[in-house]
Write a protein that binds this ligand. Structure first.
Ligand SMILES: [Zn+2]
Length: 326
C-alpha cells in the first residue's frame, strides 16, 4: 500500500497542487454481537487486555475480552472519573499500557472490584462524557472487545451525570451492581456499532510536504481537509472518526500506523495533496492497499512518500515490514 504521489512532485516548486490522494486501508468491521445471557460468574469472560488512546477532544477505551459480556458505566467526581464495569471472571492482564497520546483521559486502572466484576477507572483531565459504548464480537484475529468513546463535556453536563448516576446507584442498593446490559444513557444503544475511521492528514510539523507556488504547504491543506471530512463523517451519524494529528505536529509513519492499530480502526485514510510538474494535471487519486505492490509506479510513489519520515530524524529501515508495505 502506498501513500501518495511522488517525490518529484514534492520537490517541484513550480507545480500546483494536482490531487487529493486518499489512501484506504479497508478492514472488515465486526457486526454487533448477539451474545448469550450470562447466567453465572463461571460463564463470564476474562479481561485479556485494555488500552486507552486520548486526544484533547476525545478518548477511546478498548477492553479485550475472551467473549462478549455486559457492562455498566458511571461518572464520579472529586476527582473527575468515569468507571466502566464489565461482568468478568478474572483479569488476564498484568499491567495495562499507558494512555497513548495526551488528552482528556490522563490515566486508568483495571482491577477486580469484586467477584465477577472488573472495573476500569478512567482519570479525566476535564469533565467528559461517554459518547458511545458497545461490545464487539470476536472477528478474525481480534478478540471480543468493549469499546467506550469519551468526548468532552461541560462542567454542568458532567455534574448532572454524576448526580443521576449516584441517584440510580442509591435506588439499586441491595441488588447486584451489574445486573443487565446497560445503555450509557442518552447515547447509542448497546447494539450500535459505528465503524471507526482514522484520518491521517499527511505530513505536519517539520515536514511541509509539497509546496504550492503561493507558498501554501501540503501539511496545512491535508489538516484542513481532514478536519472538514471528520465533521462531515461525524455529522452523518454513521461513523466514529479519529485523527492521527489535529494540529501542526509531526508523527512518524510508525506512530500513525500504531495509532490506527491501537484504535483498531476499521478504515485508515491517509490524506495528501500532491504537486505535479504538469499544471494541467488535476483531480483526485485513490490508492488502496496492494499486498503485492507489483505496480512499479505504485512502488515509486510509496517510496517517495515514506521517505518523508527521514525529514524529522526517523529512518525508514527501523520500520517493521508491515509498515514498510504502507
Ligand atoms: Zn504528501
Amino acid at each position: 500500500m502506498l501513500k501518495s504521489a511522488g517525490s518529484a512532485g514534492h520537490t517541484c516548486g513550480i507545480a500546483g497542487f494536482a490531487a487529493i490522494v486518499l489512501v484506504l486501508v479497508a478492514c472488515l468491521f465486526a457486526t454487533h454481537p448477539a451474545f448469550a445471557q450470562l447466567e453465572s460468574i463461571e460463564d463470564y469472560p476474562d479481561v485479556i487486555d485494555a488500552r486507552v488512546t486520548a486526544t484533547p477532544q476525545r478518548a477511546r477505551l478498548i477492553i479485550d475480552l475472551s467473549g462478549p459480556t455486559e457492562f455498566a458505566i458511571v461518572s464520579l467526581d472529586k476527582p473527575n472519573r468515569i468507571a466502566i464495569d464489565v461482568k468478568a471472571f478474572e483479569l488476564k492482564i498484568l499491567a495495562p499500557a499507558d494512555v497513548a497520546g495526551k488528552g482528556i483521559v490522563t490515566g486508568y486502572t483495571v482491577e477486580m472490584a469484586e467477584k465477577g466484576r472488573a472495573r476500569t477507572m478512567l482519570t479525566l483531565a476535564e469533565p467528559a462524557q461517554v459518547q458511545q459504548a458497545y461490545i464487539l464480537d470476536a472477528v478474525a484475529d481480534q478478540p471480543a472487545r468493549l469499546v467506550v468513546d469519551i468526548i468532552t463535556a461541560t462542567p454542568q453536563e458532567f455534574a448532572t451525570k454524576v448526580a443521576s448516576d449516584l441517584a440510580a446507584s442509591n435506588a439499586n442498593q441491595g441488588t447486584a451492581p451489574v445486573t443487565a446490559p446497560t445503555d450509557p444513557g442518552t447515547h447509542a444503544p448497546i447494539t450500535a456499532t459505528r465503524p471507526l475511521v482514522v484520518l491521517g492528514p499527511g505530513h505536519g510539523g517539520v515536514d511541509n510536504g509539497a509546496s504550492a507556488p503561493n507558498g501554501t504547504h501540503e501539511k496545512d491543506i491535508t489538516l484542513t481537509f481532514a478536519l472538514q471530512l471528520q465533521k462531515v463523517l461525524i455529522d452523518s451519524g454513521r461513523f466514529d472518526v479519529a485523527l492521527t494529528r489535529e494540529d501542526d505536529t509531526y508523527l512518524s509513519l510508525n506512530e500513525r500506523v500504531d495509532l490506527a492499530r491501537q484504535n483498531k480502526a476499521d478504515l485508515f485514510i491517509s490524506l495528501h495533496a500532491d504537486s505535479f510538474q504538469q499544471p494541467e494535471i488535476r483531480g483526485a487519486s485513490v490508492y488502496t492497499r496492494d499486498e503485492n505492490a507489483t505496480d512499479v509506479l505504485d512502488k515509486v510513489l510509496a517510496d517517495g512518500e515514506n521517505r518523508y519520515d527521514i525529514v524529522a530524524g526517523f529512518s525508514v529501515p527501523q520500520a517493521t515490514p508491515a509498515v514498510m508495505d504502507i
